[in-house]
Design a binder for this molecule. Structure first.
Ligand code: KIV
Ligand code: ZN
Length: 385
């Protein structure tokens, strides 16, 4: 099994989601939970961006001991100095410096030539290296960067002392095949590639963030950057729980170890949802309310006979309690009988059938059948003669 580092950026890229604003106490609570979840690196914020971010990164760095804590910085000395002030208390100080490298970003946003960008990146990494043993450099919009320029700038920042190279798909434009191929290309064509870790950072604008991250892993990435519940800029980042559980459930094909304590997934997801106020869509893979809810009669009958007919992930794996089968208009007799028995009703086949018919009529009128509805239906049959 190959080990992949999980770099969690819920508190940085995740907090960049429109409408989210976490205070320091809430960030510390999330960071401690991420540590329990077993993430390798926690990106705790962007210290130079505000006094609040500085304080949160500093306090998290002083609190978390079993995950590396990092902070984001632009490739400018002032940011690097501030980040060092925030992170010098950390067990293993780590900085994440970034600079855009795509033609559109260099020309319109930075208004700099490729040569100027290259020089700025190299100077920043050299400067960061004076303080930090671990320096990650990101080529922002790396996926849309000219390949030759990307190789050149990566080689120079490796010479300058970078220990991790991140190549983000900043705008979520890549397809899995293309993004995977980029990592293979970089591994094979960058001089000094063997000295560093390569990292994938994917956004979900076209719904490809998790697939792209996995393609990168399969093509030599050593680290994936992700967020809890997939929160992040615009459509969000790759979701940690989906990558972590996919690596586990399909270890037969991926052969990857993440070091995650998957039993903490549900708790972490709920905590982040509660503190950010971002509701998890019910059909969200792994952590959605309906992720283990079987509704149709055929599915329910299958699951009652053998769970794995329709369930590839056991709720217990992610620390979720066993969920009862949902009773609705698509449910069958088997699920209805199962629930009646679990509720302590002992009815003859005839009475159970009658109760089931009443249940079906009710389910046609009502979206959700409650425990109280079932008690009424079943008790009516129990007392009838
Ligand atoms: O999406 C992106 O490119 C980023 C960088 C700062 C790494 O978040
Ligand atoms: Zn990002």
């Amino acid at each position: 099994m190959r080990k992949i580092d999980i770099f969690d950026t819920t508190l940085r890229d995740g907090e960049q989601s429109a409408g989210i604003n976490l205070n320091t106490q809430e960030k510390i609570e999330i960071a401690k939970q991420l540590e329990r979840l077993g993430v390798t690196i926690i990106e705790a914020g962007f210290p130079a961006s505000s006094p609040g971010d500085f304080d949160a990164v500093n306090r998290i760095a002083g609190t978390v001991k079993n995950s590396i804590v990092t902070g984001l910085a632009r490739c400018v000395q002032k940011d690097i100095d501030t980040t060092w002030e925030a992170l010098k208390v950390a067990e293993q100080p780590h900085i994440h410096v970034f600079l855009a490298t795509s033609p559109i970003h260099m020309e319109y946003k930075l208004k700099k030539s490729p040569e100027q960008v290259l020089e700025q990146a190299v100077e920043a990494v050299k400067y960061a290296k004076k303080f930090f043993p671990l320096v990650q450099w990101s080529a922002e919009d790396g996926f849309r960067t000219d390949r030759q320029f990307l190789v050149k700038i990566i080689e120079k920042v490796i010479e300058a002392g970078a220990t991790t190279i991140n190549v983000p798909d900043t705008v979520g434009y890549a397809s899995p095949q293309e993004y995977g191929e980029l990592f293979k290309f970089l591994r094979e064509n960058v001089n000094g590639a063997h000295k560093v870790k390569f990292s994938a950072h994917c956004h979900d604008d076209l719904g490809m963030a998790v697939a792209n991250s996995i393609a990168a892993i399969q093509n030599g990435a050593d680290q994936v950057e992700c967020t809890i519940n997939g929160i992040g800029e615009r459509a969000g980042n790759a979701s940690l729980e989906e990558i972590g559980v996919a690596m586990h459930i399909r270890k037969d094909i991926y052969e990857i170890e993440t070091g995650l304590n998957l039993k903490e997934i549900k708790r972490t997801s709920q905590l982040v949802s509660r503190l950010t106020g971002v509701v998890i869509q019910p059909n969200k893979a792994v952590v959605g309310k309906n992720a283990f809810a079987h509704e149709s009669g055929i599915h329910q009958d299958g699951v009652l006979k053998h769970k794995e007919t329709y369930e590839i992930i056991s709720p217990a794996l992610i620390g979720e309690e066993e969920v009862d089968l949902v009773l609705g208009k698509h449910s069958g007799r088997a699920a209805f009988r199962d629930r009646a028995v679990k509720m302590g009703y002992e009815l003859s086949d005839e009475k159970l059938n009658k109760a089931f018919q009443e249940f079906k009529k009710l389910a046609d009128r009502k979206k959700e059948i409650t425990e109280e509805d079932l008690i009424t239906l079943l008790t009516d049959q129990q007392v009838s003669v």
